[in-house]
Every structure is written in C-alpha cells, then in structure tokens.
Ligand binder design. Sequence first.
Ligand code: PGA
Length: 251
Amino acid sequence: MRRPLIAANWKMHMTTAETREYITEFLPLVEGVDDVEIVLAPPFTSLAVAAKFLKGSNVKLAGQNVFWEEKGAYTGEISPLMLKDVECSYVIIGHSERRQYFGETDETVNRKIAAAMAAGLDVIFCIGETLEEREAGRTFEILKRQISGGLRNIKPDGLVIAYEPVWAIGTGKTATPEQAQEAHEFIRKELNSLYGDASEEIRILYGGSVKPENIASLMSQKDVDGGLVGGASLKPDSFSRIVRFKETEGG
Ligand code: PGA
C-alpha cells in the first residue's frame, strides 16, 4: 500500500516570521495524523527556522529546488548537502515554473535528481503538459518524454512523481478526477516499464488547484497517491483540511 503524501509548495511566499507563525498554528491542526505523510516546502530562507519549529513533529521538510554540484563557484545556487544540513527530507525538482522561467530541461532536471538522491534526499519530480500540448493531443507524448529524460539512470528508491498539468496550476482549473486518473495511470505504466514491480511503490501526486473541496474526489482515484498544493497551502487551516481529506470524504 502506498501511504498518501500531501506536500505544500509555498513557492516565493513567507518570511521567517510568517513561517514561524504558520507552523505554530498548523502543527496542532495535524496533530496525531500518521496515515498521511505531510511535507512543507518553504523558500530556502525559511528552511532553518522551519526545521527548528518542526522538530519532533509529524511534518517533514522539502526544498523547492536544488543544484547538482556539491559545492563551488555557483553563485545563487544551493546544494543537496545544504538542504540536508537544514533537515530537508525531500526536494521538489523540475517544477513547471522552473522549466518555464528558469530554463530547466529534462537533462538538467535529470542531473538534479541524480545529485539529490546521491545525497540521500527523496525527490518529488514534477511533470505535466501545457494547455497547448493537451489541446494538440500530445499529453502522453510529453509525459513520456519528461519521464524518460528526467529519470535516465535514476533508481526508484525515494522517488515520488508529481503530475501537474500546467494549465491547472494557480488557475483555479483543476483536472477532473478522471483526467487526473487517466494521466496517473499512463505515468504508472511508464514507471512500470522502467522499474517493473518496484513501480508499484512509487507515489504519484496530483498538483494544480488542489483545494479542501476537491482533494477527496482526487484521492479516490486508484493511481492518485497524494497532492502537491500551492495556493491552498498558504493558510494553515486550508492546508490542514487538505491533509485531513479522509475526514471530509463523503461529506
Ligand atoms: P496551485 O500550485 O495549487 O496553486 O495550483 C500547485 C503547484 O504549482 O505545485
């Protein structure tokens, strides 16, 4: 059985003071939740303070990006070791905003995944098609390319996939549970051809306008194993309701 994983991608939000306030409010709201893995991905500047306030809790930390070198003259970059140093368990790699605004490619994403895993970080690897690609009937072709490029020579241990259709991110337009399942099933088949039985252990998260109101129906799909949540993760109350999706199921 795959344990559901719900991750908050704060993107470029939250000062250190806001991070502290958020965590103080959030932890009591998810106290005792152990059947869902909970992950927060604050900006780099908030990781240390988040690590301090999450200590001993049931909430793990993730970086939103990482560079593939261990150290050196790479102004502005953060290494896998640095993320480990501030107690990150996970790192998000290949988010569509990084691909779109910062020139990340399947190849650079692949190097980042390899370096992160070598340092002992678990990876949330993001893939997804744009609206134009979907409308041109190219969704599966794009997903296939992103998977084979991004996962070249990568082992399945510690790997999580996030399917995030670009047209659903921050737009309020969620994929229907059926659209999500269709893509997740395709992704699972691709993973199976790469990893065989081990692919059954890999969690595939859905991301793109996840909210307290739609998480339960998304999670009811066979191949949806969790969510990567942007906008609706910025308030402790709304994110905790997403984490506690099982309690709202069926009303
Ligand atoms: P959203 O973002 O929930 O605001 O659509 C999701 C993401 O980009 O990870």
